[in-house]
Design a protein around this ligand. Sequence first.
Ligand code: FES
Ligand code: FES
Length: 162
Amino acid sequence: MTDPTWPLTVNGRRHDVTVPGSTPLVEVLRDQLDLRGTKLVCAVGRCGACTVRVGERAVASCLLPVALAAGEPIVTVEGVSAPDGPLHPVQQALVDCHGVQCGACTPGMVMTMTTYLEQTPADAVDPDTIREALCGNLCRCTGYHGIIDATLRAAGATGAQA
Ligand code: FES
Ligand code: FES
């Protein structure tokens, strides 16, 4: 039987992908669309390295079948800033606050951080709600302090705490 074709809108571009509907979105992003910024680490929804935005939500793309992502706008780490433009304020803050070491968690962190900042009222941005938002994104290197500091800094840079 022929595999179905799924219309995906990724970082504003339309792609038609022909794969079984149960294929994890992360595999489509990395192997079909060559968007390898999204990392595949645990493959069972535990680490958050594969986090992308689907619609309004930051989701583990290793758990999401492509059939359920079709029709929703998808944003990966490649899509948070212009290819030749400056880093997104969240990315710059991670650099400035030493929130990156090996980098394995960083693309997923960026997607969760940007989603959190876009959806959190300015007066609710604080270390506790940041920790709650990032609880599905594991980092073995930084101890999280730099990542939380970066989120607070980016909140100022993006106007969320204005
Ligand atoms: S690779 Fe998806 S949560 Fe770990
Ligand atoms: S920087 Fe290494 S896992 Fe987070």
